[in-house]
Design a protein around this ligand. Sequence first.
Ligand code: DP6
Length: 369
Amino acid sequence: MNYDSPSLTVVSTEVEPGAIRWRSPSNIALVKYWGKHGDQLPRNASVSFTLDGAATDTTLHYSARKAAGEGVEVELYFHGTMKPDFTARTKKYLERLLPIYPFLQQLSLRIETSNSFPHSAGIASSASGMSALALCLVSLEEQLFGTMTDRDAFLRKASYLARLGSGSASRSVYGTAALWGAVSEVEFSSDEYALPVADRIHPVFQTYHDDILLISKTEKSVSSRAGHGLMDLNPYAGARYAQANRRVVTMLDILRRGDTENFGELLESEALTLHALMMSSHPYYTLIEPNTLHVIRTLQQFRRETGHPVHFTLDAGPNVHLLYPDTVASEVRNFIREHLLYFCEDKMYLADRVGKGPQQLPVNETSSD
Ligand code: DP6
């Protein structure tokens, strides 16, 4: 896929100031992306559920740039405050997109962004944040040039641009579930953008819950970026990439059949494999906390006693995601309150579920708080 378009430039005097706003959710990987190469290309395919509540709301304000200059003119406000570090990172990202969107250099941009979840919650916001920004950019292309009228092409390009910002963000542009990475069994699957797989998902999974237990809000000691990098020298890397590609196909089959038991087994093995990869990196490191294991053990006991299909997964951090069908929701909620909140920092958890995907919103509502 080559999106380079030198012709996408504007006549500055003709640009009316405007704004575009998208709300885009986070996602939880069922089969994990861990290891990358080249320009943000994954070493293996991954599949995720798109979440509902955990989301980023981003408004992109644009106007003609007063004077031509180097690079991209942008300021980023996070929850109403100008953030120099986020601004610098966003500027770098937008400048990488200049071959695709040369018009970005002709505009003055102000980005207002806010998350639905507390900043201190220790939840990665790169998937929701980068997908919201990518969606705003493709909408901006459509607004300025009218080139993005086909919805599938629109979302595919947003997924591609989101991937360049953060790999997992490529999956957030689609509701319910998404597949990122080429697997021979799925036509049109690609390392460059994610595909929607909502129409292959059994109804039981379409209303699945994902409650996020906030074990620790401390910033993680090793970033995802560094963690991906360490995979290059991990002695198990080759076997892992092959396993993940097989598992994506198995997971898609499980999701289609509505098989909650095998779902859980694969889900949990993926979580532990991810952390085993961290522990077998050089230098090795651990991101799980003692309370992560306490939650896992307590959950296993609850499962033995009730037989309910409640299973855990982990991101690159200590927080535990509990995934379960709607039919057992009230019992699981009680179990969390009575037995698991004790292990959470400030007794906090976020009740989330599988969601319908990003939404474009009217800009007149306030988007920063
Ligand atoms: C463990 O997408 O955050 O959550 O591409 O460097 O931004 P970058 O990494 P990122 O990695 C996510 C890793 C993961 C698994 C997953 O979401 O698939």
